[in-house]
Design a protein around this ligand. Sequence first.
Ligand code: FUC
Length: 720
Amino acid sequence: MRVTTRALMIALALAATASAQRLTLHYTQPAEDWQSQALPIGNGRLGAMIFGDARREHVQLNEISLWTGDEKDTGSYQNLGDLWLDLTHGTPETYERRLDIDTAIHSIEYRADGIAYRREYLASAPQQALVLRYTADKPGAYSGTLRLNDAHGARTLAAAKLLTAGGKLANGLQYETAVQLVNSGGRVTASADGALHIENADAFTILVAAGTDYIADRTRGWRGEGPHERILAQLKAAAAKPYAGLRAAHVADYQQLFRRVSLSLGKAAADLPTDERLVRYRDGATDNELEALFFQFGRYLLISSSRPGSLPANLPGLWNNSNNPPWRSDYHSNINVQMNYWPAEPTNLSECAIPFFDYVNSLRGVRAEATGQHYPKQRGWTVQTENNIFGAGSFKWNPPGSAWYAQHYWEHYAFTRDEEFLRKTAYPVLKEVTQFWEDHLVARADGTLVTPDGWSPEHGPEEPGVTYDQEIVWDLFTNYLEAAAALGVDAEYRQKVEQLREKLLKPKVGAWGQLQEWPEDRDDIRDEHRHVSHLFALHPGRQISPVATPELAQAAKVSLSARGDQSTGWAMAWRINFWARLLDGDHAHRLLRNLLHITGKGNNIDYGKGGGVYSNLFDTHPPFQIDGNFGATAGIAEMLLQSQAGEIDLLPALPQAWAEGAVTGLKARGNVTVDMAWKEGKLTSATLRSPVTTKATVRFQGRTQTVALPAGQVVKLGLQ
Ligand code: FUC
């Protein structure tokens, strides 16, 4: 009996280790390079990139509302500052750093002078603070100096066990960082040069709080309370709790989101460091669990950079170490900010999309004013290509940008069936953007309606009726119509919008069988441009599908094949989604492999090829741009489950490489949660559940079946 229990315990422990390994990035050296090696933690608002050096720790800090610019000028997202911790112990003999994305804890372990040292770093959402914990297996082992460098040159003040630095940016934005050191054993003293000195501490915790006076509330002019009192209160509250309590609350808060979805794509690979796995993978090795890790890493990044109450994930998510970052680290409206939110609904992280809606809602007033000046005859509003947090835009006007934003509102409802959200939040946006297009479309001689000032991003020429615009407007009208019907409102206006949709110029097939990017048939078969904007209707739209519009789907395939399989990071991520929607799992997987291709440090912008990942699994455009991470996570979800066509399609684009696997917790439209397992490429079990009584049409292995889903019941699908 005892033996059996013991054997069981060992088996359980091994299984736990295997699953922990599966969800861990790990390395045997500290990071030297911010972009490609340091590891990110974040609570949606506060973020850090960790280098992990044993004797000279560097933690780079961000706060998501630290922006220059205002309602007229775009400005850019800023670096907040850096923490430096110099320790006096000897050179480490062993070293390992890990980012466990199942707990959202970054750990560093090493031995030096015969002492085992351990660090645990986390970004607590409940506590609104970063928590950096240092322990050792021998008392009094820690001596050193902690410094805080403000990225805008503010002086650091040190008093008791507290460091503070902050000030005002040129636009008047107030900001501050505060760092509290909590030690057990030894002594901590402050020096006039703004440092804290640790002598012979047994263990200590560094707590970091930071904030600005930005509030996303136009009626109050963006300026809220200064951050000083707030961040000191946050530090005080965190300092009053033991580390174990802070840790447990953080893990519970994070796992409540993260653990909704699990994915296994086969055997766990040997427990090699992540950078070594990436190199083997690049050289052709199979590593399905690395692909599953990459999927979950996207979910980790979304939870870490986009939590309710804060701003949405920007081009690098939350993590930026420059005051003059590429493309301002902004909200780009022609693909990028939307791609950031593709994984939110299907991978069961609906709440993480809320910052995007709050952000868009906060801009509507400013954008209506700017839109009114630019397009005097139009109601509603739209955006430019580059956008800041205050509502200002720069670079080209992007007329269909707001219509694409509106799609996210509709999808949030489609997945959650949250009727209050539809009525109060989504419908007003869908309607005002629909009105913009009602006013903005123009009739051609043959009566078809076209967008007058089109541009297929970023792939000129500018002309009316480009396919991208037409498809996005079709999508908007369709979403509007379904929203109005679901709410039972605006019957008359619905008829009007239906007529408008009817008259829209529709996608066309060109001379070489391609889907035309422009109304003129001038697509070049040799063109490998990264944007494939005219395939919006295939993904994330739903105007084209292999089942409902096979000719157009075939044309989309011809276009996509011509554009090729190598591109920038996000462009390959989009292609994964396209191939999944074309039900070609092997091709989607080929793109995933191309994207999960390790590349060097490369800091320069490259608009051609060269996308991939760095050894920290950050997607690179190049440079680092988080949309590729999010787009890939969404693409993997599309390979496993689709629901855009009114059916729940199980394993629609399963590649041969994923012959065996299991997934739990994916979401389908209609608020249905799906678990599945498969072997030899065939579904072996599938369960569906819905919180309210409903029916679903399920497609699998070439047939469909309608299943009743009584509220809250787990319904097992009969596969015979
Ligand atoms: C779009 C893309 C670029 C880049 C930039 C941030 O304009 O065309 O490739 O991703 O956004």
